[in-house]
Write a protein that binds this ligand. Structure first.
Ligand code: DGL
Length: 269
């Protein structure tokens, strides 16, 4: 790996704007890091697309960010991490972190975890990537997975506490709770916004694994280990690249980011 510049930005990418939950966690955990975000808002959702298409799109995005001289690539999208993580690792000269590795490690970090539930898009769940990554940790756990496609539009609609969302969560979590899960991995970028509701539906005894927070911890550890943390103590720069500005982009984006969304550039391939 060539010498990387600690002042260079971290490149974070997602299929849309849900990955801003990861950016938000990074901003809180690493307040001096510069961040470049890419959200493929013109082609989202990825969670129901074929593996071939997702790999193709993922490669384009990773190449775009690498050209911007990022020091690290963060695959914030669970769906891309599930099926295209290797594509990014093969072409990247900078370190690559993905949410699935981070979430899997965190899921088994609590030694009491025995029965782990995972929720995500149909592509993430069908790929079995979470179950594999969790089993690779070597812990004696069972994994139960459930695709939850309706949660993404419900979060985008802002129905974070709405009765419809509660019923939907109850329905999706039913088979996982019937299997007595003790841990629930939130395996999709918009899920962190549903944490209070999911906790309520799952019950207080179930530990929620928030992939955004986990990812921020992983990034901090990697920057430290490779001496890549930005030592400059001035306000960092944040730039956001998207492939489209759909209706309500600003409102939804700010909900995910938890603050004002500025410096947005539209990329036309
Ligand atoms: N970003 C995706 C994920 O985390 C959810 C949205 C999509 O289907 O593209 O899996």
């Amino acid at each position: 790996m060539t010498d990387l510049d600690p002042c260079a930005p971290i490149g974070v990418f997602d299929s849309g704007i849900g990955g801003l939950t990861v950016v938000r966690a990074l901003m809180e955990r690493l307040p001096f890091e510069n961040i470049l975000y890419f959200g493929d808002t013109a082609r989202v959702p990825y969670g129901v697309k074929s593996v071939e298409t997702i790999c193709h799109y993922t490669r384009e995005i990773a190449e775009f960010l690498l050209q911007k001289q990022v020091k690290l690539l963060v695959i914030a999208c669970n769906t891309m991490a599930a099926v295209a993580s290797q594509v990014v690792k093969d072409l990247s000269a900078v370190p690559v972190l993905d949410v699935i590795d981070a979430g899997a490690a965190h899921a088994v970090a609590d030694a009491r975890a025995r029965r782990i539930g995972v929720i995500g898009t149909p592509t993430t769940i069908n790929s079995n990537a979470y179950a594999q990554a969790i089993h690779e940790q070597g812990a004696p756990v069972r994994v139960y997975s459930q695709a939850c496609p309706l949660l993404v539009p419900l979060v985008e609609e802002g129905w974070l506490e709405h009765e419809v969302t509660r019923l939907t969560c109850q329905e999706y979590l039913k088979p996982l709770l019937a299997n007595h899960i003790d841990t629930l991995v939130l395996g999709c970028t918009p899920h962190p916004l549903l944490k209070p509701l999911l906790q309520e539906v799952a019950g207080g005894a179930v530990r929620l694994v928030d992939s955004a927070e986990t990812m921020a911890e992983r990034v901090a550890a990697l920057l430290d280990e490779r001496q890549l943390a930005n030592g400059v103590r001035t306000p960092p720069s944040y730039e956001f690249f998207v492939t489209d500005v759909p209706l309500r982009f600003q409102t939804i984006g700010e909900r995910f980011l938890g603050r004002g969304l500025r410096n947005v550039h539209v990329v036309k391939w």
